[in-house]
Design a protein around this ligand. Structure first.
Ligand SMILES: O=C(O)CCC(=O)C(=O)O
Ligand SMILES: [Fe+2]
Length: 259
């Protein structure tokens, strides 16, 4: 991992100067990342907490703090029924307060889940540089109006924090640019749900940006299931022009007009 990011542990300039600040889905080529994501104890714990089997579907590895504004993962990854998603953030070293530790807003996981409808925005086939951006102001207003106070997680190596889909979390400011903050986030869904991206969906119109999910633990595809029925779109025909999104739009329109 250090080599991947061009970091030399004894060279603070190599840390301060890194250009790539995260790597997504390193599980596909790094067995350690995959093993952490598929850890049996974590899967068993999540299964007990949520009452459905959990499976990992995405990993993120961070060499340094993200300094991300507080957000929920529920705008990126949601499920039907809602809230069957969580993230597990794992410290890969003792995290200094100056390295920009993870922060979160205790209790915010119980707040309403924001949707495009609630903020007066159309999501379907929209383009965004960040799926979080349209919601940022409302999250800040919710924190202000409730008087909620954020906490930082000054984690020791090996400690983990589970965030529910709707928990506000982010990276606090990194005040020392020479410090690493090695950490891994694994995102989990639970069995027998529909998996989709709310930021690009208009739920009241039935326009769902469905996700094609693979279980990291065994590499198997996880179908989108609604009350036991497989509602996954068939894979796009290879020769068709116009991309997956347009094809998916067609599938959903046909499905709607049949019912
Ligand atoms: O590690 C962080 O600072 C936050 C990461 C995060 O928000 C995420 O992976 O969903
Ligand atoms: Fe997040």
């Amino acid at each position: 991992m250090e080599r991947h990011f061009g970091i030399r542990p004894d060279d603070p300039a190599s840390i301060a100067g890194i250009t790539e600040r995260r790597i997504q889905d390193a599980w596909a080529f790094d067995e350690d990342v995959r093993a952490i994501a598929a850890n049996e104890e974590v899967l068993n714990l999540l299964g007990r907490l949520y009452g459905r089997p959990a499976f990992p579907f995405q990993t993120l590895n961070f060499p340094v703090g993200t300094q991300q504004a507080a957000h929920t993962d529920a705008v990126h990854f949601s499920s039907i029924p809602e809230r069957f998603m969580c993230g597990v953030w794992l410290a890969m070293e003792d995290i200094s307060l100056e390295a920009g530790p993870l922060m979160y807003v205790p209790g915010s996981h119980r707040w309403p889940v924001l949707s495009n409808t609630m903020i007066g925005r159309r999501g379907w086939q929209s383009e965004l540089h960040s799926a979080q951006a349209p919601f940022q102001q409302v999250w800040s207003a919710m924190v202000e109006s409730t008087g909620a106070v954020s906490e930082t997680f000054a984690a020791k190596k090996g400690q983990a924090l589970i965030w529910c889909a709707n928990l506000l979390h982010g990276g606090s400011p990194q005040t020392n640019r020479a410090l690493t903050r090695w950490s891994q986030v694994t995102h989990y869904f639970f069995d027998d749900c529909v998996y989709y991206t709310p930021a690009f969906s208009d739920e009241p119109l039935g326009r769902l940006a469905l996700r094609q999910i693979v279980n990291i633990a065994d590499g198997a595809r996880k179908p989108n299931r609604y009350l036991g029925e497989d509602v996954s779109p068939a894979p796009p025909p290879p020769s068709r022009k116009g991309g997956f999104a347009r094809w998916l739009g067609g599938v959903l329109t046909k499905r709607r007009s049949r019912s």
